[in-house]
Write a protein that binds this ligand. Sequence first.
Ligand code: GRF
Length: 218
Amino acid sequence: MARKRVAVLISGRGSNMRALIKAARTKNYPASIALVISNEPAAEGLALARKAGIPALAIDHRRYGKDREAFERAMQAELERHAIDLVCLAGFMRLLTPWFVGRWHGRLLNIHPALLPSFKGLDTHARALAAGVKIHGATVHFVVPEMDSGPIIAQAAVPVYETDTAETLAARVLKLEHRIYPLALKLVALGRVRVVDGRCVIAGSRPPKGALMVPQQS
Ligand code: GRF
């Protein structure tokens, strides 16, 4: 089966993008990272991607003023030009319109630094600490027009320690993000993820062991 061509959309440092690039270079990975787009021309991740030999473009949303769709049409043109099959949001800090989300229905993934549906939006680690939760984590999900709400593909959890600050917790969660995003993309690229009644069903997965709620390979 041909490897899926993936675009990663970023706005900043790009550590999840880097994890996807690294995974995609392993033997038999079913996807290749064919394009990186940042809405922030100064995003550190752009330089990282170029160093890895991947076409990396800045499409500055500010050039399009309030016209979100015009910005998205510019991205769409590049996605089409590079024959992209799947799009991964990785720290991409723009809300997407229903037009764009609709075009990529079932082919647009996001990673969120919390166990959805808890702690949608920003500052998830500080809010998790303030809420006193004992478990926190990360979620990879399909994108739907409503923010941080689509069907969940993979999640992983970490304990929250009494000594944690938002920074220490974020660092622990980020390590998990770098594990589950490549795994979730792999499952989607292999066609093993189906959405049934708004929930993901993963073909051939068996119940995960322990607290790490990552679908296991069978
Ligand atoms: C990650 O925590 C991701 O979950 C969130 O934004 C952050 C991006 O970090 N959506 P990076 O740019 O991938 O390093």
